[in-house]
Design a protein around this ligand. Sequence first.
Ligand SMILES: O=C(O)CCC(=O)C(=O)O
Length: 277
Amino acid sequence: MPKVLTEEQVEHYHSEGYAFPFDGISKERCQKLLDGVQRFEEEYGVNPGLFKLKGHLTMEETWDFIHEPAILDAAEDIIGPNILAFGSRFWVKPGNDGSFVSWHQDSTYFGCDPHDMVTCWVALTPATKENGCMRVMPRSHNEGYHHEESYENAPGDAPGEKKNLLGRGQAIKGLDESKAVHMELKQGQFSMHNERTAHASSPNFTDEVRIGYSFFLIPPHVKSTLERRPAHLVRGVDKYDHWDRDPEPNKDTMPKLIEMMIAHNAQYTNPKFRQNA
Ligand SMILES: O=C(O)CCC(=O)C(=O)O
């Protein structure tokens, strides 16, 4: 018996590669995270959205959030009671600035095997067609697609210039976009998709920023196909020991953690590190 999802939702996730919308996070909790983003930017001069893999180490608010029971209960219905946070990140799309996400499978570059990761994407602000909500390609999780890497992700100076939020500008070409599903979410709702489900999002054509937060969650039997890496056990037990442990963030460890996250970013965007989707 699933814990919080219905049998139909679990079945839909496994057959289609995604499921949504789920209620989970209060507006107050979302606001706390958004305030954290602003404070972090003021304190360190960088937007935490730049840290592509270890968002939960950027601030105490995200360390707290990575243990959020509403998200972990839903994830448990998909991947079981033992859960590691492999990663997490903010997805910040300022109004009308051209940021977008090309069609991709996370499995192409996360270096995890088997592809049992579930991503829970939380709408910290509402996610709509107009502001570039996530789109998924149903049943695409059943195959691996070729990705072209354009590295078209350097922030441009001109307003409205296209900016790919993915590290390598990696993109699957030629998908039939008419089959895509827009995962519109109200503030505090979340969606779930499999590591292999192809997904994308268009630029934000409104004046308001769109911010989401992804939890990249794996069961402990999943191995790293790169080198040994850290992850954080957020629920249950890990009897496999495939992963080291993420350090806990606090004011003293923060400067070192920022250095570590920059190194993670470099690895994530390094063409040498790749695997087959
Ligand atoms: O926030 C977006 O638009 C894309 C999110 C995404 O690619 C992900 O969560 O894996």
